[in-house]
Design a protein around this ligand. Structure first.
Ligand SMILES: Nc1nc2c(c(=O)[nH]1)N=C([C@H](O)[C@@H](O)CO)CN2
Length: 121
């Protein structure tokens, strides 16, 4: 089993959705990420620079969602994974993206994707 760095329940505001009324409001999205990383080197050196910095990655996601506009959460997830792999030199990650307010009868709906360096476009 490979080591991970994870982020759970990152709640972010975004303008997202296919309908006209969704293009003029902010809605909540919630991210879970599991990012493959060999944690032995940061553990041996006690050096933040050798980690996948979960604080920097969380801030990147918050800024990305504030700046970019998409209709589908699938599109947002795909573009965001692509950027994260490039910017933070990740080998692989699994992203769960929930849109909690989208379906009243459901506590959340969303998508889950797994991407790696080779599958990023
Ligand atoms: N698989 C998806 N289905 C739906 C999406 C989506 O992004 N992916 N989006 C919508 C609407 O924007 C909806 O969230 C409005 O409540 C519908 N289905």
């Amino acid at each position: 089993m490979n080591d991970l760095v994870f982020i759970e329940g990152l709640a972010v505001k975004a303008v997202i959705g296919v309908y006209d009324w969704e293009k003029v409001i902010e809605q909540e999205l919630v991210f879970d990420l599991e990012m493959e990383h060999d944690n032995r080197e940061p553990a041996q050196t006690d050096d933040l620079a050798k980690t996948l910095d979960y604080e920097a990655i969380s801030n990147f996601i918050i800024d990305f969602c504030a700046e970019r506009r998409f209709e589908l959460i699938e599109t947002l997830a795909e573009h965001l994974c692509d950027e994260l792999i490039k910017v933070f030199q990740m080998n692989a990650l699994v992203m769960t993206l929930r849109k909690p307010g989208a379906v009243k009868a459901a506590s959340a709906v969303g998508v889950k994707i797994a991407r790696s360096k080779v599958s990023a476009y």
